[in-house]
Design a protein around this ligand. Structure first.
Ligand code: ZN
Length: 160
């Protein structure tokens, strides 16, 4: 396991479309482990592979209580409602904004054992999933923010 360097938002990898993972092998599971270690080291609650320069469809997140989730080829299959809340991003340190997101989502993905998973999430958990899946499309939260906060209003707990 290793802590990887998180790229900043101007890097081309963060504006590229990530490609699906075709074969889940040891390299993929090791990469997911590095991503989890990196996310915790930076005190984030989510991380997408493009943030460490790898344009593959891999995300990790922890919506709380050390519940680590590793997903391969995640996609949003249902989105419902809309709510506005503050978020930030490990790739854009110090910037926070209010971003509209669906209140409830259903995500389909594979887990590291190549088993299909369906995850239903609401609130901040749903927000993290939408933020990470956006990263796989080259979309950053600043693209969707409707208002940016003054620096002292931000909270590092919301870096996704
Ligand atoms: Zn982010």
């Amino acid at each position: 396991m290793a802590i990887r360097k998180i790229l900043n938002g101007n890097h081309a990898a963060l504006r590229s479309k990530a490609v699906p993972v075709k074969k889940i092998n040891r390299a993929v599971t090791a990469l997911l482990e590095d991503m989890a270690e990196t996310m915790y080291a930076y005190k984030g609650v989510g991380l997408a592979a493009p943030q460490i320069g790898i344009t593959r469809q891999l995300i990790v997140l922890d919506p709380g209580e050390e519940r680590l989730i590793k997903l391969i080829n995640p996609r949003l299959v249902e989105m419902e409602g809309e709510e506005l809340a503050v978020e930030g991003c490990l790739s854009i340190p110090g910037v926070y904004g209010e971003v509209p997101r669906a209140t409830r989502v259903l995500v389909e993905a594979l887990d590291p054992g190549a088993k299909p998973r369906r995850i239903e999430a609401t609130g901040f958990f749903a927000r993290i999933l939408q933020h990470e899946i956006d990263h796989l499309q080259g979309i950053l939260f600043v693209d969707r923010a409707v208002r940016f906060l003054d620096p002292e209003e931000g909270s590092e707990e919301k870096q996704i």
